[in-house]
Write a protein that binds this ligand. Structure first.
Ligand SMILES: Nc1ncnc2c1ncn2[C@@H]1O[C@H](COP(=O)(O)OP(=O)(O)OP(=O)(O)O)[C@@H](O)[C@H]1O
Length: 212
């Protein structure tokens, strides 16, 4: 599903981040590990096409990401990638359903309230549809972010520290949801995490070294 080759990234004048060559097949699930500052979030942003590497290549579904002009890269991301950021970033003035519709609009997908409701229902979240973000617990907001990431039937699901600041019960529930939804959709799943509770659930582990 994706392949990394000789990938490097540098923010401004800071030391270079070097990523090992690595690949995941369609439908595989893996965790991205490494100490703080080793580049986990950076690698997710590179995979999502939000950052452009100075060196090396990323192939996503046999498409070389760097070969796409920016507008096509954005469209590709909207069509094929589901990104679950560490914080849900839901718009406070909109309810959950409207937040999902906004995500459809931003991804240039047809705005389809029924489809948003179907995704919420499939994840057991339909009772949250009318709630505002401030009426959600952190675990619920994280589940809504997962629903939002599934709207475009992504080939690749990327999640950044989905268990950060969740208790054990919520961590289990969020990971069950994420892994179950990815499996059902046949999507590839990569989770960046330094949480041992998350590591324990994955056979495939991608390790980044501390930056020197
Ligand atoms: N916008 C930025 N400008 C400059 N340096 C940055 C920027 N974003 C990240 N970095 C640096 O790049 C390195 C990798 O950061 P990144 O957030 O990818 O690591 P991480 O493994 O996800 O860390 P954590 O586990 O703490 O979230 C760090 O040294 C960080 O300080």
């Amino acid at each position: 599903m994706f392949r990394l080759h000789a990938l490097r990234y540098r923010y401004g004048q800071t030391a270079e981040l070097r990523f090992p060559d690595w690949s995941l097949q369609q439908g595989e699930q893996a965790v991205l590990r490494g100490p703080s500052g080793s580049g986990k979030s950076t690698l997710l942003s590179l995979l999502a096409g939000l950052l452009q590497p100075q060196q090396g290549d990323i192939w996503l579904a046999e498409q070389a990401l760097a070969a796409l002009p920016p507008a096509q890269r954005d469209a590709w991301r909207g069509r094929h990638i589901g990104f679950i950021p560490q914080r849900a970033h839901l718009l406070a003035s909109l309810n959950v359903l409207e937040n999902l519709q906004l995500a459809q609009y931003l991804a240039r997908l047809p705005q389809d309230a029924a489809q948003c409701q179907r995704v919420l229902a499939s994840l057991g979240l339909i009772e949250l549809a009318g709630r505002r973000p401030q009426q959600l617990s952190q675990g619920q907001a994280q589940r809504v972010a997962i629903a939002r990431a599934l709207l475009n039937h992504p080939k690749l699901l990327l999640a950044d520290e989905p268990s950060a600041s969740l208790d054990d019960a919520n961590t289990t529930a969020v990971l069950d949801l994420l892994q179950g939804a990815a499996q059902q959709a046949g999507a590839t799943l990569l989770i960046a995490s330094h949480d041992a509770r998350v590591h324990a659930r994955f056979d495939r582990q991608f390790l980044l070294e501390a930056r020197v």
